[in-house]
Ligand binder design. Structure first.
Ligand code: ZN
Length: 415
């Protein structure tokens, strides 16, 4: 073996592969290697049984391997057709790639890891393939590697919706809150979509095993969860309650702004984000401005005070104390005689059991919200997805319940 070929073999880590011939295509910047497996005896790709060889395929197959210093690497081989007692006439198992795959395991691993870290466009540049080919390959890989996966040991779930395709379309996402990962993605939002999850992905036994569920205040999700899971305690998501309180506060601010004179508007200017700030992130100057509202605009001040007081709720350890606080808080909120606050109190009273069960369970969609943030980053990084399939692929690859790159055989997991 010439020194150059030895070098190529060790550089490409072609341990199980014997390089028969090689050719450099300078103009295409491609290295073509004619190879064959080291081990003799052909095995069935599905049952690993050693089978009789029928003949050698006349047309060679080509596999794309990891590019090397800007050069594409392609492996050529004429696979043998074999006869498996179980699977019939079939092509032999290829040690460097999955049956039917057009890329080697090593390339597949790089593809998955790169796509976890960067945009598909960047990954396609690194791997020397067009972006459309990359997303096709990625979809095939993820479908194959997730195939046959079953949900196990699920006790706490979170349900949320997310928009994709520039906010025109919605998808429903189901999270495993114990393991903090995404279990399921479904097209659309609302009752029909979430019903599909319970029917398709969980057995009746698994549905009974779910003890805690967290979601927003939509009737669709709450109704579906209560109907499908008999032993569940619904917990209203902390994030969504805070959002509802902030929305009511903003409503008060907007009303006051509309009614205010030019002189009064000076006080209200730039208040919007200040009002939403959590007490832990407020500076001294922020607090001074907010307390000045007491004289500047009493209505906004009252609404803000209520919002600020509600922060205490999340610290309660005993359900009875939380319940007492909630009663006092709602009474105080009604006393302000502000219409948005009255509406908020109605919502909170309607869902008070689910809000108080937060104290008992300490379950919060913070996990889900954290994952949601990662999903939004993926979405923005790709500047939106046109199809749900492409979006789902990226969700499962980054925050899914299966570590997809780890499904590739260990000896090929090196970059
Ligand atoms: Zn077989």
């Amino acid at each position: 073996m010439s020194l150059v070929r030895k070098f190529i073999v060790s550089l490409l880590r072609l341990k199980d592969i014997f390089v028969v011939n090689s050719e450099l295509k300078i103009r295409d910047k491609a290295l073509h290697l004619w190879v064959r497996p080291y081990k003799t005896g052909c095995r069935c790709p599905f049952c690993e049984r050693r089978c009789t060889i029928l003949h050698i395929c006349s047309s060679p197959r080509i596999w794309r391997d990891l590019p090397l210093c800007g050069w594409s690497v392609l492996l050529w081989y004429n696979p043998k057709e074999i006869l498996c007692p179980t699977h019939g006439r079939i092509q032999e198992r290829i040690p460097w790639a999955d049956p039917y795959a057009r890329i080697t395991y090593r390339f597949e691993y790089a593809l998955l890891v790169y796509c976890q870290m960067m945009t598909q466009k960047a990954a396609s540049r690194l791997l020397h393939i067009p972006t459309s080919t990359l997303s096709d390959l990625l979809h095939q890989s993820i479908m194959r590697l997730r195939d046959g996966h079953r949900i196990r040991g699920l006790t706490s779930i979170g349900v949320d919706e997310i928009s994709y395709c520039k906010g025109h379309k919605y998808a429903t996402i189901v999270y495993d809150l114990d393991r903090s990962c995404v279990l399921w993605v479904g097209q659309g939002k609302g009752r029909d979509t979430i019903d599909l999850f319970f029917q398709e992905s969980l057995s009746p036994y698994q549905r009974d095993q779910i003890l805690w569920a967290s979601c927003d205040m939509s009737e669709a999700y709450m109704g579906a969860i209560e109907e499908h899971c008999r032993n569940v305690t619904l917990v209203l998501d902390r994030f969504h309650i805070v959002k509802a309180i902030n929305a009511a506060l903003d409503e008060v601010r907007k009303e006051q702004w509309r009614e205010a004179s030019d002189q009064e508007r000076k006080i209200l200017k730039g208040l919007r984000w200040l009002l939403f700030k959590h007490s832990s992130t407020r500076s001294k100057k922020d607090s001074r401005i907010l307390h000045a509202l007491r004289k500047g605009n009493r209505r906004i001040y009252k609404a803000w005070l209520l919002k600020d007081e509600f922060e205490q709720f999340w610290d309660f350890k005993a359900p009875w104390a939380a319940e007492r606080f909630l009663k006092r808080w709602t009474t105080a909120a009604l006393r302000t005689r502000l219409e948005p606050m009255r509406k908020l109190v109605n919502t909170i009273r309607k869902h008070s059991t689910q809000i108080i069960s937060f104290v008992e369970s300490r379950l919060t969609n913070a996990v889900a919200e954290g994952l949601n943030r990662i999903i939004k980053i993926i979405k923005n990084r790709a500047s939106g997805f046109r199809t749900l399939d492409a979006f789902t692929d990226m969700i499962f690859l980054t925050v899914g319940d299966v570590d997809i790159p780890a499904q590739i055989p260990a000896k090929f997991r090196a970059l």
